[in-house]
Design a protein around this ligand. Sequence first.
Ligand SMILES: Cc1cc2nc3c(=O)[nH]c(=O)nc-3n(C[C@H](O)[C@H](O)[C@H](O)COP(=O)(O)O)c2cc1C
Length: 213
Amino acid sequence: MKTFYTSIFITFLTLTTFSQIQQKIVLNQPDTSRGYTVMHALANRASEKEYDTINLSLQDLSDLMWAANGVNRPEEKNRTAPSAINGQDIDIYAFMIDGVYFYNAFDHILELVVEGDYRDIVAGSQYWVADAPVICVLVSDISRFKFGDDDQRMLWAAFDAGIVSQNISVFCASVGLATRPRASMEIDKIIDLLNLTETQHPMLNNPVGYPLK
Ligand SMILES: Cc1cc2nc3c(=O)[nH]c(=O)nc-3n(C[C@H](O)[C@H](O)[C@H](O)COP(=O)(O)O)c2cc1C
C-alpha cells in the first residue's frame, strides 16, 4: 500500500513539474514605438558584465526576439537583420531557466527544444553570464546559402551573426536592458544538446537581462 501511494505521489509530482514547462511561448506583437532613438541608443551602447537574475517581461522578451531577427516585412518574408544573399541563416536559441527555446520568427513564437537550465554551457568560464535570464545563442545554418564553398559560407555566417548580435545590442541600449556580444561558449556541448547538424554552427551569444543597479 505504501508503495502504491508513493508511486501516485511521484506521478503527481512529475505531472506537476511537466505542466509548468511551457512547450510554446506565444510572443506579443513588437512594440515598435518604444525605446530611445537610434542615436541615443548608440550613445548608450556598452557591453555589460552583470545581469539581474529576474526574468524578462513577456513584452521585453518578444521585442528582443523581433529586434534581433524577426520578420519585419511579412509580405516579402524578410527580416530585421539583413543576411548574405538573403540566406536567413541565423537562428536564435534562447537559453532560459526552464529550457532552451527555438525562435520561430515567422510564427513569432518560442518553441521548446530541450527542458532544463543549460545556461552554464553558454557561460563557460565566464560563469556569471549564467545569471542572465535569457542567453541568445546565434546559430548559422550555412546550408541555407544557395552557393559558395564552405570558407565563403562561414565568412557570411560570421557577418550575419554579427549583425543579429548588433541588433540585440542596439535594442538593449534603446530600452535599458543589459547585454554583451560573446564568442566564448562551450560549442561542442551546445551542438550535442541541440542535436545540431554539421551545417549548423553556433557563432555568437548575447546574454540579456535587466542591469544590476
Ligand atoms: C565578436 C565578438 C566577440 C566577443 N566575445 C566576447 C567574449 O567571449 N567574452 C566577453 O566577455 N566579451 C566578448 N566580447 C565583448 C568585447 O570584449 C567588448 O565588445 C569590447 O571589450 C568593447 O567593449 P564595448 O562593447 O563596451 O565597447 C566580444 C565582442 C565581439 C564583437
